[in-house]
Design a protein around this ligand. Structure first.
Ligand SMILES: Cc1cc2nc3c(=O)[nH]c(=O)nc-3n(C[C@H](O)[C@H](O)[C@H](O)COP(=O)(O)O)c2cc1C
Length: 305
């Protein structure tokens, strides 16, 4: 039997396979170059970038929970100029798509940054973070209100020709409504989910485990909720949905695809096993061969109800 076709399309981007590494869990790529050839990835999404550098939140910023990880990094990043001068040259050589995750404090900052990112060479697409739970900035304000989501997405849409993915927050009552607003604003795709607002307390010191008190929960603990949200969203939008949340193995990724995701992102699992993404790609291929499916695209939304 011929090798199955793993390719999928997100906006204008043709991915060789549906596996992407998630923002904030894969640095700017170079950090992972000794583990595997990055060209194997469907795409790589960078740490979130802002116009100016940010130092992030007070430590401790990471705390492991049962089945999950709490983080309150606070969108620490080197800022646009440094990203373009010091990080992008490496990303241009990786042989797969580099998608830049970005955010701003105001709609004007989002628009300005999207415009500037569109003027530099080597970026295949933008992932707009309107969902970071760890900072007042980072767009959570926009991401929790359908009207504001629509407005900010629409103004960014007008400032870039690049494929625009809008990353949604799970910290809302009706995520499908937010997805619809992003679609109406002109998003080419939605990605979900970002982390859940959460916390942990040290019973001996009686202090919070995170310097910022509240952080975002990720990892296997959130997978079933993420899957439910992806399913709900994929039923109401006509643009591709990218599934994120607790993926550690091919079976998880396949579940998301059956629920309606066109592609998936591997996040926290990269920090446990840096080879997770390539193992997920190999596992999807094996599943397609075993089930005699010739293309992964045929599996999207095949979930039977
Ligand atoms: C340490 C850490 C840093 C993150 N930084 C970002 C970020 O800068 N921008 C963003 O949109 N999401 C960020 N995320 C969220 C992830 O991209 C992903 O949406 C989330 O962790 C859920 O997926 P997972 O369970 O596979 O990790 C971060 C997550 C972690 C654990």
């Amino acid at each position: 039997m011929r090798d199955p076709d793993l390719s999928v399309k997100i906006g204008k981007i043709k991915l060789k396979n549906p596996v992407i590494v998630a923002s904030g869990t894969f640095g700017f790529g170079e950090e992972f170059k000794d583990f595997f050839d990055l060209h194997q990835l469907g795409a790589l999404i960078t740490k979130g970038i802002s116009l100016e550098p940010m130092i992030g939140n007070l430590p401790p910023r990471i705390f492991e929970t049962e089945g999950g990880l709490l983080n309150s990094i606070g969108l620490q990043n080197p800022g646009f100029e440094c990203f373009v001068n010091e990080k992008l040259p490496y990303l241009r050589k990786i042989g797969t798509h580099a998608i830049v995750n970005f955010f701003g404090n105001t709609p004007t900052e989002y628009t300005e940054l999207a415009r500037r990112l569109s003027e530099v060479r080597g970026i295949s697409g933008l992932e707009m973070n309107i969902s970071c739970p760890n900072v007042k900035q980072g767009g959570i304000l926009f991401g929790c209100d359908p009207g504001m989501t629509y407005q900010v997405v629409r103004s960014v849409r007008r400032s870039t020709q690049l494929t625009l993915i809008v990353k949604l927050s799970p910290n809302v009552t009706d995520i499908a409504r937010m997805a619809k607003s992003a679609e109406e604003g002109g998003a080419d795709a939605v990605s979900l989910i970002n982390t859940f607002r959460a916390m942990a307390i040290n019973i001996h010191s009686r202090k919070p485990e995170l310097g910022n008190f509240i952080g975002g929960l990720s990892g296997p603990a959130i997978k079933p909720i993420a899957l439910r949200m992806v399913w709900e969203v994929s039923r109401v939008v006509h643009i591709p949905v990218i599934g994120i949340g607790g993926i550690t193995k091919a079976e998880d990724a396949i579940e998301f695809i059956l629920a309606g995701a066109t592609a998936v992102q591997v996040g926290t699992a990269n920090l446990v096993n840096p080879n997770t993404a390539v193992e997920v790609i190999a596992g999807i291929k094996k599943y397609l061969l075993q089930t005699k499916a010739c293309r992964v695209r045929k599996l999207i939304g095949l979930f039977k109800v």
